[in-house]
Design a protein around this ligand. Sequence first.
Ligand code: KIV
Length: 280
Amino acid sequence: MKQTVQTLQQKKAQGEKLTMLTCYDYSMAKLMDGAGLDMLLVGDSLGNVILGYDDTIPVTMEDMIHHTAAVARGTREALVVADMPFLSYQTSTYDAVVNAGRLMKEGRAGAVKLEGGAAFCEQIAAIVRASIPVMAHLGMTPQSVHTLGGFKVQGKTMEAARKLLEDARAVEQAGAFAVVLECVPEKLAAYVTAQLHIPTIGIGAGAGCDGQVLVYQDMLGMFSDYCPKFVKRFADIGSAMQSAFRSYCTEVQMGQFPEKAYTYTIDDAIIEQLMQEDAQ
Ligand code: KIV
């Protein structure tokens, strides 16, 4: 069934959990879509896991459109959500609408995600007015890593917890259809979830959220630069891949690959004639 903002919100109303993973290319989109994921997030985390940057700051609109379009081509049922990269919406509501529009028009996203709460409600409302669904992102917001002072759990003090709740209510009021809560204490995330009509999607925010999201390279053991506490390894695909790469190297070096089964044939007479002609 094609997932839409409406079907996802119905799931929250019925107490059904929502599933989302990051996705950055066509082949992976086909696998995830076929597995029944509700949402595929083309996260600006591609700056880390695909492009090798230290953070998400350098990611451009062109990067996001390129990867979103690839994911959209491989997706039939899941809702494709594309991240708005750093400075694509912070600068003005005009920029926010134009760039969200590009992610939908050129990238074929079904929704966009942006980081921030009450301070970005004007942008959220303007994008929603342009008929583009918006997912908000609160708590640990990686684009603000330099003001947050690092990748840390958010909302732990009374003031910070109150602010998170206010921000969550504000983005709902502004028209966001869902909100990601990243690195937030479990009880706070559960309370915020209970206060909102829109679904919360947790990452490092405990089981009380309406849904969960992870970076797929983390949950498959394919990224080893760092591993946050909230990451559960569902498989060790990284080791399996490395072992296959080693076998490939050995077989090529030993002349074992490619075997006959993996090669194409040609009529011997053609090769003989070619050699004769070439010798003249
Ligand atoms: O960029 C991303 O992958 C994200 C998730 C971690 C929620 O924003």
